[in-house]
Design a protein around this ligand. Structure first.
Ligand code: XMP
Length: 531
């Protein structure tokens, strides 16, 4: 187990038994300004003992403790003397390995319940006698291990919360981390602050300071190159590295011809003019569009764009070297390091119990990643952060709200929003339509309330009428979704008058479009992007 945190921080270690909520637990703890780290359920006790955290949380999980191949904890963890909170399956693990009894009920208890707090447990300090909680479990504890007692029950569950305060072991059948347990935050606070005695030392200010120190120690006086896309992650990395190492950082911004309107201007203004970051702008739009000519298959398009990006980026770093040499730099001062905006969810070793397909589906998003053979050493200064923390870091570093809260934009850009062949004319149409969608979403304040809002160009022509003229033009589909992480999504019920304004403006202002339709499909089974 490799720790990511500097030792001076308090830390809660989360053992992941495969729950869909494990990362939510991690985020909740960080919101309490305590550093949390997620590791596999089978992490050995001796590894944990080497850098003992202040407390351990055992996540929930989809398995039943008696199932063949059910994930099992190293029971020596219970002897480390570290406070432990078992949630749902985590509680079953505790009961199972400490001599209690767990029963597979054959039915899942799912939904809201009222918790009756009975013995004044420290876990429920300040919460009164009744608490609304959210359940989602199949197994159930039927007999407590020696030393344990009941802390709370629900009408259907006599052991909804249990504890052995002597050994500082606590178990909850329900999920304190989800929004449906409205006072769950206070329960976690009681555990983290009062039982584990963590201090609130995980703040963005301290993170940025530590991260800068780490980057300086890693790169020394070498140079670092960063592919800046204008998205949140690479933007925050740019600002952070600039703070840490100033002119040792050069950003490369590639215009692949598939960007939104004026995107290249925004990036150059924010990073070049405001931050004075060394920025190499490469206009490769011609190359990309030539390569895409006549290509209609979505995967083929993605592959071409990914490969072309690697080529262009490689060439740009060689040009940087040549420029440096011309300016008198010595030959050993090459770009040894490549910075990347890897985030914590990409780093967590995923536990897939019962085959969670989400990870497989997302793999295509890695197209466009730079190849290992480029011999760079990686600098990944935000690999400890969740997405919401990256945004906080961005604000802290002085990035404008427009960058920090911008919606995700796919690497292959508008190419995956033009069905079929990408042509300059179709790009012009989509850009114009997209600009209208964005400006109306921003003006109505909806832009920051949704996950993504964009236009898709369908190469389907239909008949329309404009003045006295018959038209035979393209269709624009509006895709506006809400989502937590892009893995699942629902379409947003926008007010009709806003939809009407967007539609009217597109058909009136965008030459080549005479019809606007609304995509009302969820993910799954649809995806967010159309290709
Ligand atoms: P889908 O279309 O798979 O998209 O439902 C889920 C989320 O991922 C974004 N996306 C991408 N991001 N490179 C990226 O960096 C890509 O190739 C890519 N494809 C999709 C998409 O915008 C949505 O937020």
């Amino acid at each position: 187990m490799k720790t990511e945190a500097p030792p001076k921080h308090s830390k809660i270690l989360i053992l992941d038994f495969g729950s869909q909520y494990t990362q939510v637990i991690g985020r909740r703890i960080r919101e309490l300004q305590v550093y949390s780290e997620i590791v596999r359920f089978d992490t050995p006790a001796e590894n944990i003992a080497r850098e003992p955290p202040n407390g351990i949380i055992l996540s929930g999980g989809p398995a039943s403790v008696y199932e063949n191949g059910a994930p099992q904890i190293d029971p020596k963890i219970f002897d480390l003397g570290i406070p432990i909170l078992g949630i749902c399956y985590g509680l079953m693990q505790m009961a199972h390995h400490l001599g209690g009894q767990v029963r597979y009920t054959g039915r899942r208890e799912y939904g809201a319940a009222i918790l009756d707090v009975t013995n004044g447990s420290q876990l429920f300090d300040g919460l009164g006698h009744q608490v609304d909680v959210w359940n989602s479990h199949g197994d159930e504890v039927t007999a407590l291990p020696a030393g344990f007692r009941v802390a709370a029950h629900t009408s259907s569950s006599p052991f909804a919360a249990v504890e052995d305060p002597q050994r500082k072991l606590y178990g909850l059948q329900f999920h304190p981390e989800v929004a449906h347990t409205p006072r769950g935050r206070e329960i976690l606070q009681n555990f983290v602050y009062h039982i584990c005695r963590c201090t609130m030392d995980w703040t963005m200010g301290s993170f940025i300071e530590d991260a800068c120190e780490r980057v300086r120690a890693q790169v020394g006086d070498n140079k670092v190159v960063l592919g800046l896309s204008g998205g949140v992650d690479s933007s925050v990395v740019a600002a952070l590295l600039h703070k840490a190492i100033g002119d040792q950082l050069t950003c490369i911004f590639v215009n692949n011809g598939l960007l939104r309107a004026r995107e290249e201007e925004v990036v150059q203004r924010v990073f070049g003019e405001n931050f004075h970051i060394k920025l190499k702008y490469v206009d490769a739009s011609g190359c990309f569009l030539r390569k895409l000519r006549g290509v209609t298959d979505p995967e083929e398009k993605r592959k071409i764009i990914g490969n072309e990006f690697i080529k262009v980026f490689q060439q740009a770093t060689e040009e940087l070297l040549a420029e440096d040499k011309q300016n008198g730099a010595d030959e050993h001062s090459g770009y040894r390091f490549l910075a990347q905006g890897t985030l914590y969810p990409d780093v967590i070793e995923s536990v897939s119990i019962g085959g969670n397909p989400a990870h497989v589906i997302k793999s295509h998003h890695n197209v466009g990643g730079l190849p290992e053979k480029m011999h760079f050493e990686l600098v990944e200064p935000v690999r400890q952060l969740f997405k919401d923390e990256v945004r906080q870091a961005g604000l802290h570093l002085g990035l404008p709200k427009e960058i920090v809260y911008r919606q995700p934009f796919p690497g292959p850009g508008l190419a995956v929003r033009i069905l079929g062949e990408v042509t300059p004319e179709r790009l012009r149409i989509l850009r114009d339509a997209d600009t209208i969608v964005q400006s109306e979403m921003e003006a109505s304040d909806w832009y920051y309330r949704v996950w993504q809002s964009f236009a898709v160009l369908l190469p389907v022509q239909s008949v329309g009428v404009m003045g006295d003229q018959r038209t035979y033009d393209y269709t624009i589909a509006l895709r506006i979704v809400e989502s937590q992480d892009g893995m699942t999504a629902d379409w947003v019920r926008l007010p009709y008058d806003l939809l009407a304004r967007i539609s009217n403006r597109i058909v009136n202002e965008v030459k080549g479009v005479n019809r606007v339709v609304l995509d009302i499909s969820t993910k799954p089974p649809s995806t967010i992007e159309w290709e």
